[in-house]
Design a protein around this ligand. Structure first.
Ligand SMILES: Cc1cc2nc3c(=O)[nH]c(=O)nc-3n(C[C@H](O)[C@H](O)[C@H](O)COP(=O)(O)OP(=O)(O)OC[C@H]3O[C@@H](n4cnc5c(N)ncnc54)[C@H](O)[C@@H]3O)c2cc1C
Ligand code: SF4
Ligand code: SF4
Length: 373
């Protein structure tokens, strides 16, 4: 998409003499550190444990279990989102652990999988996202798929560390036995689980060969939760909190199953691992109150921008627009906030941050602007 970087303001010449605005000013809640990959280990054939170490005295990038950060590597234009896989308390000072899975056709995960990446420099930014533990002691159903193990692992570590006696059924959906990992660590966490309650880890395999020695459950993980736990009354929708992490279709099905079992939306917490196949969110400027919350958490410098002079094609899609730099408009909104889908990494942090439901991937992509100049 062609973008114009010109300024139509009548005070253009005068404004150009002002000092350049600090690009960080719009992302105060998200800090960035340079770091180095100091551990790179295969957890399975296509999933890697990656530890990034940042310099002494650098920003603390994870506030609590369940949050995520973005990783940017040299040679790849945009960063990608990754959940912190351990509670901040379990990490060594200035270290951050991630579980990253190779996505077929994916750029950053393929870069990672190409060879041992220890010693590579990266830029790590965070914290982002609202996913995390609730403050009740209700039994938990946790469901993770693939690398969704990361955030759920951090969550169960936090329950154990807090010493809250609450039963936790941790379901993990994988294809085959060879895709399972972290089983020993979860076993030892279960042994330390707060007295009077239990952590049960239940892997469910969807593509395990029929004739293998696998004795555990088979099929889709969310279906197993329904048939073997909800329908039988082992867990009850009346007294339960649910936490999901992983691919969007797994979460969509899991949410449906749990709502049918009587949970309300307030009892269900999830982080969908969206990627470039997901739609970019859209800002509805008729709902936007210009509170700037989305700008405080945006994942890339140019993903959300003040824009004007949209040019559209016959279908109404934006083919070009003029980017307005807020530092040069005296705090007055020139026209409209706009998400540039070519800069967006589909982290959906802005959707979670918006207090007015003004951002959604379901909104009409034709910009509804406040003013046209
Ligand atoms: C909140 C959050 C947390 C996450 N946490 C984790 C985690 O802990 N671990 C983990 O492994 N992943 C996690 N992810 C997913 C991660 O951010 C990346 O999306 C994933 O690693 C793929 O990145 P990639 O660069 O390899 O693939 P990309 O290059 O981004 O491509 C992803 C897929 O989209 C396709 N694609 C690329 N461009 C386009 C396009 N223009 N149109 C259509 N299709 C396209 C590619 O072929 C590929 O199949 C998380 C995502 C979110 C949003
Ligand atoms: S526009 Fe929103 S979803 Fe896209 S990268 Fe920026 S913060 Fe993330
Ligand atoms: S957070 Fe929502 S209401 Fe606030 S500026 Fe962004 S889109 Fe507008």
């Amino acid at each position: 998409m062609a973008k114009l970087e010109t300024f139509n303001d009548p005070f253009d010449q005068f404004m150009r003499k002002l000092p350049e605005p600090n690009p960080d000013i719009q992302t105060l809640r998200v800090q960035s550190n340079e770091g180095v990959i100091t551990k790179f280990k295969n957890l399975t054939a296509d999933t890697y444990e990656v530890v990034i170490t940042c310099p002494e005295g650098s920003h603390k990038l994870c506030a609590r279990a369940g949050q995520y950060g973005t990783i940017k590597v040299e040679g790849i234009q945009k960063p990608r989102s990754y959940s912190f896989a351990q509670t901040p308390e379990r990490e060594n000072e200035n270290e951050y652990t991630f579980f990253i899975r190779l996505v077929p056709g994916g750029e950053l995960s393929a870069w990672l999988a190409e060879k041992n990446r220890e010693g590579e420099k990266v830029v790590l930014s965070g914290p982002m996202g609202k996913f995390g533990l609730d403050d009740s002691a209700k039994p938990m159903v946790c469901i993770a798929g693939g690398s969704g193990m990361s955030a759920i692992n951090a969550l169960v570590q936090q329950v154990e560390a807090q010493g809250i006696a609450r039963d936790c059924y941790f379901f993990y959906g994988a294809r085959e036995q060879k895709d399972l990992y972290l089983q020993d660590e979860l076993k030892s966490l279960a042994e330390k689980w707060p007295a009077g309650s239990k952590l049960e880890f239940i892997p469910v395999l969807s593509e395990e060969p029929e004739d293998s020695d696998w004795q555990g459950p088979r099929g889709f993980v969310t279906q197993h939760v329904k048939e073997a736990y909800l329908d039988t009354g082992i867990v009850s929708g009346d007294n339960l909190k649910a936490f999901f992490c992983g691919p969007p279709p797994m979460i969509d099905h899991g949410v449906k199953v749990l709502l049918e079992a009587g949970l309300s939306n307030n009892d269900i917490y999830y982080d969908k691992f969206e990627d470039m196949r997901s739609p970019a969110p859209v800002i509805d400027n008729e709902k936007c109150v210009l509170c700037d919350e989305c700008l405080m958490v945006k994942a890339t410098e140019k993903c959300i921008t003040e824009a004007t002079n949209f040019e559209k094609n016959a279908e109404g899609q934006v083919v070009s627009f003029e980017r307005v730099r807020p530092g040069h408009t005296s705090g007055l909104y020139y026209n409209a906030l706009f998400i540039d889908e070519t800069e967006c990494i589909r982290c959906y942090a802005c959707i979670e941050a918006c207090p007015h439901e003004a951002i959604s991937p379901k909104y009409d992509p034709v910009p509804k602007t406040l003013r046209q100049y």
